[in-house]
Design a protein around this ligand. Structure first.
Ligand SMILES: Cc1ncc(C[n+]2csc(CCOP(=O)(O)OP(=O)(O)O)c2C)c(N)n1
Ligand SMILES: [Mg+2]
Length: 315
């Protein structure tokens, strides 16, 4: 993994998410979105551990995973603007983005919905012997869904090539993990399904990358599924317009001290991988990239009303 490139990708995700929060406030985009500010190291570290032919699935909070996998910020932004140039031609919005050409099998508005789906992709890879590994992102809240247990059980029974990545960001809507999880760690549950389970600091890019790379290597070698819990913090609200009454500003200020982007900047400088100037340049270039994405989206055409019923199926 090239750390400076990874840093740039983390900035791309951060600035993309900040831009959409602003666009909502200005009334320029509609509907809702769930941003992943504070969770960028998980997306970037895991994506860096994958091969181009691998598969990835995500959740309702999936922009970061999608961009890290190689999505074009302009087309993703256009989807949020409801434009024809968007990934789902403007029909889906934030929670319906997909691009199988980059091995990205979609976001999902159903909590836990991607877990059986990713398990099915892994079954396909095993039956066809493609050597493909599937990474399945889901949240701490989703790990309490029945389908999480059903999927891990069957994946273990059938030795499926899938890495389950629990992104433990401290909350499921307004419920803190302290109130929602009976076990101390989500990764503890791996033992029940005879698979390796690890819990790591999800705000530390290198740790995410190195752990994921090692786990993916074992999965690819035929060791069967594994569960990786990345501890992070959702610095943004749950979704647009969340007043965040369930947690204190002090708690948030404390969490900002562990901002994965600032932590990576410190590491880059300390190891001599980037100078202050490199960092400034990366920030400016990435800001411009996101501004260009917004301009592209805003200048793109709306879908033709005549195509409204295209791709709809009814009996
Ligand atoms: C089956 C289902 N139940 C409930 C919801 C409502 N819901 C949307 S997001 C969410 C919380 C998910 O929490 P978590 O899995 O921790 O993901 P995070 O939002 O923290 O990324 C819930 C309960 C839903 N979308 N689908
Ligand atoms: Mg959560």
């Amino acid at each position: 993994m090239d750390s400076l490139q990874a840093y740039q990708m983390m900035l791309t995700i951060r600035f993309f998410e900040e831009a959409i929060e602003k666009l909502f406030l200005e009334g320029r985009i509609m509907g809702t979105a769930h941003t992943c500010i504070g969770q960028e190291a998980v997306a970037v570290g895991i994506a860096a551990a994958l091969e181009p032919h691998d598969a990835m699935t995500t959740t309702h909070r999936g922009h970061g995973h999608f961009l890290a996998r190689g999505a074009d910020p302009g087309r993703a932004m256009a989807e949020l603007f409801g434009r024809e140039t968007g990934y789902s031609r403007g029909r889906g919005g934030s929670q319906m983005m997909m691009d199988t050409s980059i091995g990205f099998y979609g976001a999902n508005g159903i909590t836990g919905g991607s877990i059986p789906f990713a398990t099915g992709l892994a079954l396909d890879a095993k039956l066809r012997g493609t050597g493909r590994v599937t990474v399945c992102f889901f949240g701490d809240g989703a790990s309490n869904q029945g389908v999480f247990h059903e999927s891990l059980n069957i994946a273990a029974l059938w030795d499926l090539p899938v890495l389950y990545v629990a992104e433990n960001n401290g909350y499921a809507m307004s419920t803190s993990t302290r109130k929602g999880l009976a076990s101390e760690r989500i990764a503890d549950r791996a033992a029940a399904y005879r698979m390796p389970g690890r819990t790591i600091d999800g705000n530390e890019l290198n740790s995410v990358y190195e752990t994921a790379a090692a786990m993916v290597k074992e999965i690819r070698a035929g060791q069967g599924p594994a569960l990786l819990e990345c501890r992070t913090y959702r610095l943004s609200g749950h979704s647009r317009g969340d007043p965040r009454v369930y947690r204190s500003r002090e708690e948030e200020n404390e969490a900002w001290q562990h901002d994965p982007i600032l932590r990576l900047e410190e590491t880059l400088k300390a190891t001599g991988s980037a100078s202050e100037d490199d960092i400034k340049k990366a920030r400016l270039t990435t800001k411009a990239r996101i501004e260009a994405a917004v301009t592209f989206a805003d200048n793109s055409p709306m879908p033709d009303p005549a195509s409204l019923t295209n791709s709809l199926f009814a009996e």
